[in-house]
Design a protein around this ligand. Structure first.
Ligand SMILES: C[S@@+](CC[C@H](N)C(=O)[O-])C[C@H]1O[C@@H](n2cnc3c(N)ncnc32)[C@H](O)[C@@H]1O
Length: 470
């Protein structure tokens, strides 16, 4: 019930924000998603807002039933960005560099930092993106909504905003790394409070201040602006007892990913918990299996175990997007499939981290043609059916369908968010892109083009920092 409701609500709000942007840019979208541009007489939109100066892009959140206090804090967000002056120059890793190169690198680094602080965004295809960083998702309300929808989706599948068992008690001081809108901190605060644990402080760190002031929603919240590629981070050793790193893989190049984990470990206290949630940027296809359904009966998503096998995506548009995303990641030294790397990275530090555990899940993007015996979908109202001699639950509930549809919508919205890079790697001009986009929408939404098994892979990993004596 809840997830279906949340999905419909959020998607409506995302649609509203998108329509505002389209109107500004003179884009007319057909139902199947094709776009045409008409000359616009209005001034270009501010890179710091998703709507025109006349529109109120934040109205979307004002009525959010899931975030009652979000209204005012989000309202002030674009104003805060306009006024933003960041912290001082970041530290430079100058290890083993000759003096002159060190000075040059420091000057270059400082100039880059200053530029990022004074004008952090540049507009591409009408949306604001971070300048001078490898991160290639936009920083507007449409994208923040998409990320929040992903957070809700993960929480539906993992049943809570945290997977770690907290065997030595719930945490008191939490760090959300790459916090974006801070939506995870806000839901985690609610979750801990529902467990009777009120006295928890949350700190969010991000390269840009996208989060509202969660204090207005009753969260003990601090925001620290910092580029996570610069070490050390501005936190004390052992300062936090729980760190969440959620969906930041597109911000951290491969060559510093282990250093990134080390820094998480440094600021984590003994017996503290480090948790990572990620999703793959390249989509694969679940292979039809000959056993009874391997899905989790509550969510009808597929826990990733050795029994579950995958193929490359079959849908031609997903194949295209996969290939362009892979090229974009390769050029920026970012991981296209981060889920395959997290466990290894956490296991690199056996002297410091132990009890590494995980949950990984594949969420199909629609009902799959092979999920039912004989390939025939059971009629509505049927509760169970026989598959290979076993009786299994069959008809999806509204919640279960909403999980898949939400996954599909966040995939489509991500492709839309990646438009500038995907256009670049596809070599398509605006017209060709519009035609590709329309055909993709039609394939994915009207023709059920992902029924052979394309899925979104998500994962949660958690581990504990050893005590020095252990
Ligand atoms: C995909 S968003 C995820 C946000 C949030 N964790 C969530 O799940 O909703 C990635 C976040 O990483 C931030 N980011 C990207 N590169 C960064 C960097 N070098 N340093 C700090 N934050 C960065 C972005 O600003 C963005 O808020």
């Amino acid at each position: 019930m809840e997830s279906g409701f949340v999905y419909l609500y959020m998607s409506d709000e995302i649609g509203r924000a998108r329509r505002q942007r389209d109107a500004e840019l003179g884009i007319v979208r057909t139902r199947s998603g094709s776009t045409t541009t008409t000359p616009s007489t209005s001034s270009p939109p501010s890179p710091l807002s998703t709507g025109s100066p006349r529109s109120d892009p934040t109205s979307a959140l004002q009525r959010s039933p899931t975030s009652p206090g979000r209204k005012d804090s989000v309202l002030s967000r674009s104003a805060k960005m306009d006024l933003f002056v960041g912290p001082g120059p970041f530290a430079v890793n100058t290890f083993a560099m000759p003096e002159k190169r060190r000075a040059d690198a420091a000057a270059e680094n400082e100039a880059e930092d200053l530029l990022l602080q004074s004008t952090p965004f540049e507009t591409r295809d009408g949306r604001p993106y971070l300048r001078n960083t490898p991160y290639f998702l936009p920083c507007d309300l449409i994208e923040l909504h998409r990320q929040s929808l992903r957070t809700m989706l993960n929480e539906e599948v993992f049943l809570a905003p945290t997977c770690a068992p907290f065997s030595s008690g719930l945490p008191k001081k939490v760090l959300e790394v790459g916090c974006g809108s801070g939506f995870w901190s806000s839901t985690c605060h609610d979750h801990f409070r529902s467990l009777g644990h009120d006295d928890v402080s949350f700190t969010g760190v991000d390269i840009v201040p996208l989060a509202p002031n969660l204090r207005e929603q009753g969260v003990n919240w601090n925001f620290v602006q910092h580029d996570l590629r610069k070490f050390p981070w501005p936190f004390e050793e052992g300062e936090f007892d729980y760190i969440m790193v959620k969906d930041v893989s597109l911000g951290i190049p491969l060559e510093i990913s282990q250093r990134f984990v080390d820094e998480c470990v440094r600021v984590l206290g003994e017996d503290g918990t480090l948790e990572v949630w990620e999703s793959d940027h390249i989509l694969r296809c679940l292979v039809q299996h000959n056993q009874p359904p391997l899905w989790d009966s509550a969510t009808r998503t597929y826990p990733i175990t050795p029994a579950l096998t995958f193929n490359t995506a079959q849908n031609r548009f997903i194949q295209d997007a996969n290939s362009w995303i892979e090229q974009a990641c390769e050029q920026r030294r970012l991981p296209p499939t981060p889920c395959g790397r997290v466990a290894d990275m956490l296991s690199q530090e056996p002297d410091l981290l132990h009890k590494v555990a995980s949950k990984r899940t594949a969420i199909p993007l629609t009902e799959l043609s092979w999920e039912y015996s004989g390939g025939r979908r059971p009629s509505a109202g049927m509760k169970k059916h026989k598959c290979k001699g076993k009786t299994v639950e069959c008809c999806p509930t509204a919640d279960q369908s909403a999980i898949r549809h939400t996954a599909l919508m966040t995939v489509i919205q991500k492709i839309e968010s990646l438009e500038p890079v995907l256009k670049e790697y596809s070599g398509k001009n605006t017209e060709e892109w519009a035609s590709w986009w329309a055909n993709m929408m039609s394939s994915l939404l009207d023709q059920n083009g992902v029924a052979s098994g394309e899925c979104l892979e998500i994962g949660a990993w958690w581990t504990t920092k050893r005590r020095r004596s252990q």
